[in-house]
Design a protein around this ligand. Structure first.
Ligand SMILES: Cc1cc2nc3c(=O)[nH]c(=O)nc-3n(C[C@H](O)[C@H](O)[C@H](O)COP(=O)(O)OP(=O)(O)OC[C@H]3O[C@@H](n4cnc5c(N)ncnc54)[C@H](O)[C@@H]3O)c2cc1C
Ligand code: SF4
Length: 478
């Protein structure tokens, strides 16, 4: 696989980025792949047990496509890649790449640049016109409704259409793509990437229905009656709130409110100024240190924020964890996103006490306190540090503290589907079946907030379970 000595001969090459001063003037993607990806493929070392397979949630067959790329067999690489992943151009852009943490070369140096190789294979596939609709040779006459068009719903729909079923994909938003459409900003993930796949899926027979809220303007009960199977892939959309004094002030928003309006405007929608949430000229405080927080930072800097501060309640992680104790798992370590590089102050072990408003009810500042974490009876406990209160100016605050579970009101309540202890739809990862006959579930709606790569895995596996349920047997891969 690759070249046995390649990792000794060639250094890892990373993405290159447009200069900060340039890229913050627009919302376009700014990352560029290295020129010579064949050499990067050569760095795969034939390690015997490819831990990257297990590191990757969809078990991409990484050494095989690394080898094919090294030898210039791009078409073969694409076929191997598509055998496990419907949408490598999604993961190749935004996956946190747990495969690279699990790479054996990572133990002694820089991991093989697996994610970039993945992206280069699939983008070459599109350029060469190799990615075409795979239309089912025979129709089954079975109808499947999929609710929610994020990566889980898209993957399930594509697999089921290719198996010959008539698939209708219902989406409550005005555009397809779930959090990839309105959560992740264009500068990380250009939306034409979703549109390109939609065109393929449409040709394969998927019927997309936007502005269709199941449990709202589309009856959930009727869906169950009218279709042979239903998949619930509506995500985990209930955001975690911060119920401290002043939460009701103008200018304190959930991250998704801020990000969605911005992307709609970037996509050409007319958003009246009074509805739009702008960071221009404001001191912005982002509460939450994850991907969503980073996306708020990148968006705020592109609006022309006066300052951006990101607060995290957890301690600052080490920059370099001990690989011998963490490998092949995904370690907690200090990561700096491209958005954070573009300009923001980051602070850790900070908790928010209250938001302070002006006489017009608009947030002007945020009061915080430093915290310490200590273990008591094996449980981590948070203690405020006495006298450590401080204030930050803030005319815009975005709450980016994750999601607690799916929205229960509407579809889930109408169906009366059973939930697990965390409020997600209950179903195991073998048959993805819910407590209601004919109704299945996949993605964040089943597993709680997660990643695009996990959603694709769930969509594929759920599609297999549904195909087996409908036909008694299946040839779809798990
Ligand atoms: C801001 C942000 C940034 C992120 N960045 C990354 C990243 O960089 N990398 C990564 O891997 N992951 C990232 N994630 C997480 C990732 O986007 C999700 O884990 C993933 O999209 C989940 O896929 P899903 O298909 O399960 O659900 P979703 O993508 O949430 O899609 C669910 C869809 O269902 C629709 N829906 C819900 N209820 C109904 C209903 N009743 N009727 C009709 N439609 C309905 C919703 O409108 C939505 O479009 C990010 C998340 C956020 C919020
Ligand atoms: S999908 Fe993610 S984990 Fe899997 S190979 Fe691609 S970058 Fe790695």
């Amino acid at each position: 696989m690759g070249k046995a000595t390649g990792f000794k001969e060639h250094a890892r090459e990373n993405l290159s980025y447009a200069p900060v001063a340039d890229r913050i003037t627009h919302f376009n993607e700014f990352a560029r792949l290295p020129e010579d990806m064949c050499t990067q493929g050569a760095r795969c070392m034939d390690c015997g047990i490819p831990f990257c397979h297990n590191g990757c949630p969809i078990n991409n067959i990484i050494p095989d496509w690394n080898d094919a790329v090294y030898h210039g067999r791009w078409r073969e690489a694409l076929d191997v890649l598509h055998s496990t992943n419907n949408f490598p151009e999604f993961t190749g852009r935004i996956c946190p790449a747990p495969c690279e943490e699990a790479c054996t070369v990572n133990l002694i140096g820089d991991a093989v640049s697996i994610k970039n190789i993945e992206l280069s294979i699939v983008e070459k596939g599109w350029q060469e016109g190799w990615i075409t609709p795979q239309i089912a040779a025979k129709k089954t006459g079975k109808r499947v409704a999929v609710v929610g068009s994020g990566p889980a719903g898209m993957a399930a729909s594509q697999q089921l259409a290719r198996a010959g079923h008539d698939v209708v994909l219902f989406e409550k938003n005005d555009r397809i793509g779930g959090l990839m459409r309105y959560g992740i900003p264009n500068f990380k993930f250009d939306k034409s990437v979703i549109d390109r796949r939609m065109a393929q899926m449409r040709a394969e027979g998927v019927d997309f229905r936007v502005n269709s809220t199941v449990g709202g303007n589309v009856s959930a009960a009727e869906l169950v009656n009218d279709f042979d199977a239903v998949i619930l892939s509506g995500g985990a959309e209930k955001p975690r709130d911060l119920p401290v004094p002043g939460r009701e002030l103008k200018g304190v928003h959930y991250a998704m409110e801020f990000l969605t309006l911005n992307t709609k405007r970037v996509l050409g929608d007319e958003i009246p100024e009074e509805e739009f949430i702008s960071a221009a000229g404001k001191h912005v405080v982002v509460i939450g240190g994850g991907d969503t927080g980073s996306d708020c930072i990148g968006t705020s800097n592109r609006h022309g924020a006066e300052s951006v501060t990101q607060l995290e309640i957890l301690p600052k992680p080490d920059a370099k964890p001990n690989k011998l104790t963490t490998w092949p798992y995904y370690p907690m370590k200090l990561r700096t996103s491209t958005s954070q590089e573009e300009g923001c102050d980051r602070d850790w072990c900070v908790s928010t006490k209250r938001f302070i408003g002006d006489e017009h009810g608009h947030v002007q500042a945020i009061e915080c306190v430093r915290v310490e974490w200590a273990q008591e009876n094996g449980q981590w406990k948070l203690n405020e540090v006495a006298g450590s209160e401080f204030q930050l100016p803030a005319q815009l605050v975005t709450l980016a503290m994750g999601f607690v579970h799916p929205v229960h009101e509407g579809m889930l309540e109408e169906l009366g589907v059973a939930k697990d202890g965390r409020g997600n739809v209950a179903a195991n990862d073998q048959n993805y079946a819910t407590s209601i006959d004919k109704v299945f579930t996949a993605g964040d709606m089943r597993r709680g907030q997660s990643l695009v790569v996990w959603a694709i895995r769930e969509g594929r596996q759920c599609a297999r379970a549904v195909d087996e349920f409908l036909m008694g047997t299946t040839t779809l891969p798990r």
